[in-house]
Design a binder for this molecule. Structure first.
Ligand code: IMP
Ligand code: MG
Length: 188
């Protein structure tokens, strides 16, 4: 496992690099099979799915087009406040395309719900599916769920492999929980 300068801020590691990589091998195989005959556009939700998108697309064996959407979901310390902003005035034209939305984690589901709504109402896609690396086990108010999920996790705040705490820890090659004292006293 490679090390990162801030890995010492983790209380525990839930998924190490090998576990993430082998799950991505499986899921990218599955996605390559499912979309082999489609006109696929991957819509990557930035910034959280940066690492995941790179990991996924480098494994795909099929043709696809890539679009990125910059989406902010407002977080208090470590909980979603439920407001979702898509920072894109003009959405892409996805006429006749099969769309796979890629995001880091499915928490309240409000981000994916909003992105699906905007894509369906403004982009004219043929079909829309979603892939998240993580899905928290919890009750939700939304009536959608990702079609492809890397790992189901307990409902706790996670960082690494794209997931951040106040902008940090996205570069960790593992996924884990932060130490409580780091959340109480974040360093710069
Ligand atoms: P949702 O809209 O509540 O499903 O949350 C979506 C966004 O919140 C994700 O794309 C993440 O950026 C962020 N998020 C949710 N849970 C976590 C977490 O445990 N750690 C870091 N970011 C999170
Ligand atoms: Mg995100």
């Amino acid at each position: 496992m490679s090390t990162n300068d801030n890995i010492n801020d983790l209380e525990s590691v839930l998924f190490n690099e090998d576990e993430i990589n082998s799950r991505l091998d499986e899921l990218s195989e599955c996605i390559s099979k499912q979309y082999g005959k489609s006109k696929l556009t991957i819509v990557s939700i930035m910034n959280g799915s940066l690492m995941l998108t790179a990991g996924l697309i480098s494994r795909l064996r099929i043709a696809f087009d890539l679009r990125c959407l910059n989406v902010e979901s407002y977080y208090g310390e470590t909980k979603s406040k439920g407001d979702v902003f898509i920072n894109s005035k003009k959405m892409p034209d996805l006429s006749g395309r099969s769309v796979l939305i890629v995001d880091d984690i499915f928490d309240t589901g409000k981000t994916l719900k909003e992105v699906i709504k905007r894509i369906n109402s403004e982009c004219n896609p043929l079909e829309v599916s979603c892939f998240t690396l993580l899905k928290k086990k919890k009750q939700r108010q939304v009536n959608i769920a990702p079609d492809f999920v890397g790992f189901e996790v307990e409902d706790s705040f996670l960082v690494g492999y794209g997931l951040d705490y106040q902008g940090r820890y996205r570069n960790l090659s593992v996924i884990g929980n932060l130490k409580k004292e780091v959340i109480a006293n974040p360093s710069t």
